[in-house]
Design a binder for this molecule. Structure first.
Ligand SMILES: [Cu+2]
Length: 310
């Protein structure tokens, strides 16, 4: 990760080297359950730009999401990190680790509403086939087909080629409806000696029902209001799921691609991810949105607020 002298920031890509055992590696445990919820994509029932209203019948759906639990399932918790701007249940918990770490994701299927099987399938990390989490009849094991009421632990390792952000998602027999309903999240893996950003903002671009959503919400006033302070290092974790490509754009800011080209808009396709970083120096209220115009008008737009330090 480089930081440009101008304060315009750098994008990181994964390294090419393969995993090597690291003596100081940690084991990180996460507890994640599949839980049924009633989700409103447009809680204020309003498109702030066109001034249109939407009845709850169009915006509310019963669905299943990934929810973070405290160790040993003591209590349910919010998915986002404190100060992350989005404390809600879509996307699933941000799972943070470092290159060299072992990661154990303890998964429990609490889908008592639809009673569907679920699973977790992780990109970007190393694992045995028994932790793949994908369902193929005749080939896959229990990891790809965790029945309601059952639990399974996925065992992963963050290799030297795992630095970056990566998707995880349901890959069970209910994959299609589960992903459209919000069953996805991200792994965020730092290099062995990489400094964590001050602020980490998660943006997942997906179609949901008739809306184009960011973190499961549509239209300004419903999508996350992300915040940062001047002087902070800000990291955006950007991902798309579903069947469409999106072009992520932030107003008033630029970042550098790995070859040093400044950009303010970058394409992301299904299950692709990237992280963008900058050192914040632009106070004000800004927009972030997908620049596919039909998507922006169908809700894929939000607010980013930068304040000066007091
Ligand atoms: Cu889009």
């Amino acid at each position: 990760m480089r930081r440009a002298a101008t304060g315009v920031a750098a994008v990181a890509l994964m390294g090419a080297a393969l995993a090597a055992p690291i003596a100081s590696a940690k084991t990180r445990d996460f507890w994640v359950a599949a839980v049924p919820v009633t989700w409103n994509m447009v809680p204020n029932q309003h498109d702030a730009i066109l001034g249109e209203s939407y009845a709850p019948a169009l915006t509310v759906l019963p669905t299943v999401v990934y929810r973070r639990y405290s160790p040993h399932w003591r209590r349910p918790e919010f998915n986002g990190a404190p100060g992350a701007g989005n404390q809600d249940l879509i996307p699933g918990p941000l799972l943070r680790a470092r290159v060299g770490d072992r990661i154990r994701v303890h998964f429990k299927n609490l889908d008592r509403f639809f009673k569907r099987p679920h699973s977790m399938h992780f990109h970007g990390v190393h694992y045995r086939p028994s932790s793949d989490g994908a369902y193929v009849p005749g080939f896959s094991g229990r990891d790809g087909n965790v029945k309601p009421g059952r639990a399974l632990t996925y065992r992963l390792t963050a290799g030297a080629d795992s630095a970056g952000v990566w998707p995880y998602h349901d890959h069970s027999p209910s994959m299609h409806e589960s992903i459209e309903g919000g069953m996805y999240g991200m792994l965020s893996i730092l290099g062995r000696h990489e400094r964590a950003p001050d602020v980490e903002l998660e943006v997942v671009l997906t179609q949901m029902g008739q809306f184009q959503t960011i973190d499961g919400r549509a239209f300004v006033g419903n999508t996350p209001v992300f915040t940062a302070l001047v002087g902070q290092t800000v990291q955006w974790d950007v991902m798309a799921m579903g069947s469409e490509h999106h072009t992520f754009h932030v107003h008033g800011h630029r970042w550098l691609t790995p070859d040093g080209t400044p950009r303010d808009t970058q394409t992301v396709g299904p299950a692709e991810t990237y992280r963008i970083r900058w050192r914040e120096e632009a106070p004000g209220t800004w927009l972030y949105h997908c620049h596919v115009e039909d998507h922006m008008m169908a809700g894929m737009i939000g607010i980013y607020q930068v304040r000066r330090r007091r």
